[in-house]
Write a protein that binds this ligand. Sequence first.
Ligand code: NAP
Length: 366
Amino acid sequence: MHPSMKSSGQRAIVSALGETPLDAVEHHLSLEPMSPPDVTKLASHDVVVAVKSAAVGWVDLLMTSGQYQHLPSPPYTPGLEYAGELAWLGADVKHLAVGDAVLVDGFVAGPRSKGEYQASGGFATWAVVPAEAIKRIPGGLSFDQAASLLGSYETAIHCLVARGRLKAGETVLILGASGATGVAAVQVAKLLGATVIATGRSDEKLAVVKSLGADHVLNTSSGAFKDQVKALTGGQGVDVVYDGVGGDLSLEAMKCVRFGARFLIVGWASTPFVAKGKGQRGAPNANQLPTNLIMMKGLDVLGCPTVISAHHDPTLRAPRHELLWKWVESGKLKPHVSHVFPLAEVKEAMRAKWRGDVVGGCVLHP
Ligand SMILES: NC(=O)c1ccc[n+]([C@@H]2O[C@H](COP(=O)([O-])OP(=O)(O)OC[C@H]3O[C@@H](n4cnc5c(N)ncnc54)[C@H](OP(=O)(O)O)[C@@H]3O)[C@@H](O)[C@H]2O)c1
């Protein structure tokens, strides 16, 4: 048994869904003492993870108000993605050992999963997961880097490789490049041999994005950037757009493409409230399509939901992981983490992520 199982711990609890993520953080999120999991009640394929680092993701925030497509059932502990040491193993788990450094696949356990493990997320001293959710940490990554790996980098690979078919020598415009998925996309696009034009609204954050490999950075605070992109591409426009921002930025980006470009819909960080709060369904603010631009540019507009696509076609995941593991094991890829908070500051960590203070990953230490 891991030494941590002899002490007491703490966990974050969302007791009810908020009207918005900030409402949930202020009024329905709290910390409570936690005892070590009662292993006599666990299944023989379960393991206990002593969490060392948990990512604070955009989806963690949207879930607290039920404005993400997958609804959690309060009370629950947030934290889709995390890394730590194995603290206890069920009798049937033979291929792992107590003390192993591991990361947890948020598709299989925690708030993004379905079924009995949904309430046990990573914003806690311990989490209970089925052994199939466990992966050994590759390439000597730190716990913070490991906790920031799958959600962002598997997304970037799904979008740029499986959907975008991005090739060496092509140019990709990455919107919101300082965000978690944006930074991952910059790093993945460079590994694929593409030229990267990265956008953002803060020169300070864009300097970090440039240091992570972007060839060109554009501050889009003024709104218009078509002429700059055209100048950087010899008047042609880009081959691929990676859009995690949405809204007016999408419309401007649709003017920055060559004929027949691929336009990847990754997310809509600028217009998060497409669904009503408190888990009510309906899309009162659904985004509108500029069909004239799509038609005249001969655009391939590709929706890129990383989790949902794998539910429809489970064979999609193995090649994504193979590529990711290859890059990490060879030292070519390391997730970037800019903000670290103790679990006691979970509310401030979630506010910082929502405000966009973060470049790449933001993590909590229980
Ligand atoms: N397709 C998938 O499977 C998948 C997976 C994960 C996440 N997502 C989605 O991807 C989106 C981004 O997630 P993330 O974790 O990367 O979020 P994030 O870390 O908060 O990054 C979002 C970025 O968007 C930019 N941004 C936000 N509001 C903006 C506005 N009004 N105008 C212009 N830029 C704005 C910000 O850049 P600056 O502040 O530097 O301008 C920020 O860095 C979310 O919608 C999320 O749900 C999709």
